[in-house]
Design a protein around this ligand. Structure first.
Ligand code: NAP
Length: 317
């Protein structure tokens, strides 16, 4: 461990929200042989960060207190472990310090630090849900599929709409009234305001039955999804709670053709490189809700806890 210090944000127990965050100075860690040490240029927050603080993932996370929250970063390599061959000092990268797997990929100059930092959890979730859970190729090949994306204005949703439209899909999306034009601009074919009766029913205005639902909100019962699904429709639930897990088990046990699929992101290098490259090529854009300096990270924390971000929240040093 180095004797030099770095700024960090930390909390020491469950609960307390933004008020429980403390600005501290901690020793700069030494990278292990297969790790890189980064000078952080930008980071983003995801709902999982405040959910961990609230104790919603206990007993699994956090593994110990105090904890420095956050997983998604863009930065410059300042030191590489002896076994690292892919990166050297001075390289620009984006990374995910995931609770399951750490992945680092190169950040080309066309992708800004903020655009890159926004990608890991949100874009990889959208990508995995569409390509692995829903099996939709993103090169436009494959049969046409009808896809519903809920919370299409959020971090995951805004990437999911854009990625889905790279495939052969008709996209229906839900969001609040103020974001309808924004979500149409991302490529959605039809958009429902979730606060209207039509939005709450999830019914496609053009009468489509959904082959897949990329479900990024909570509190919608299976009985609302069921009549809107095609014969073999699947709801890919990004936030599966106990009721969703019961539905998942029930649908499996009864050999139902309509299924609920609980989702968990395990990041993969190839998928990470793929989405970074899409941003480089201008085929995927990161929409930034707001930016905060690290000194005001509490405000960023309150913003992500509000559940009303449009796109991604960025923290910069
Ligand atoms: N399982 C996994 O591995 C995994 C990975 C990533 C994310 N997730 C989960 O996926 C969910 C979405 O993540 P995120 O980063 O996209 O969240 P987010 O950025 O906080 O989503 C905020 C957006 O959701 C919209 N929204 C809220 N309630 C809505 C509703 N009932 N209908 C339609 N839109 C609604 C908000 O619009 P308004 O402001 O207009 O209300 C806002 O634009 C979170 O629960 C997250 O924990 C899970």
């Amino acid at each position: 461990m180095s004797s030099k210090l770095m700024h960090a944000l930390q909390y020491s127990g469950y609960g307390g929200g933004a008020d429980a965050l403390k600005h501290v100075e901690v020793a700069i860690p030494d990278p292990k042989t297969d790790e890189v040490l980064l000078k952080v240029e930008a980071a983003t927050l995801n709902p999982v960060d405040w959910k961990i603080q609230k104790g919603m993932l206990r007993p699994f996370l956090p593994r110990r207190f105090p904890i420095i929250p956050g997983t998604d970063v863009a930065g410059e390599v300042v030191q590489a472990g002896s076994a690292v061959t892919k990166f050297k000092t001075g390289d620009k990268v984006v990374g995910i310090v995931s609770h399951f797997e750490n992945v680092t990929v190169a950040r080309p100059p066309e992708v800004s630090a903020a655009e890159g930092a926004a990608l890991p959890v949100a874009a990889l979730t959208a990508h995995k849900a569409l390509t692995e859970s829903a099996n939709i190729p993103l090169d436009g090949s494959g049969e046409r599929k009808n896809v519903l994306i809920t919370a299409a204005s959020g971090g995951v949703g805004h990437y999911a709409v854009q990625l889905a439209k790279l495939g052969n899909t008709h996209v229906t999306a839900t969001c609040g009234a103020r974001n309808i034009d924004f979500v149409k601009g991302l490529g959605a074919d039809e958009v429902l305001d979730y606060k209207t009766p039509e939005g709450a029913s999830l019914q496609s205005p053009s009468g489509k039955k959904y082959d897949y639902v990329i479900h990024g909100t909570a509190g919608i019962p299976w009985s609302t999804f069921e009549p809107n699904l095609s014969e073999t429709g699947k709801v890919i639930d990004l936030t599966p709670g106990p009721t969703a897990m019961m539905t998942f088990a029930l649908k499996k046990l009864t050999f139902s053709k309509k299924q609920l699929v609980p989702f968990l992101l395990i990041p993969k290098t190839e998928n990470f490189e793929y989405v970074v490259n899409l941003v480089k090529e201008g085929k995927l854009k990161t929409v930034i809700d707001s930016k905060y300096p690290l000194s005001k990270a509490e405000d960023a924390w309150s913003r992500i806890m509000s559940g009303h971000a449009t796109g991604k929240i960025i923290i910069e040093p």
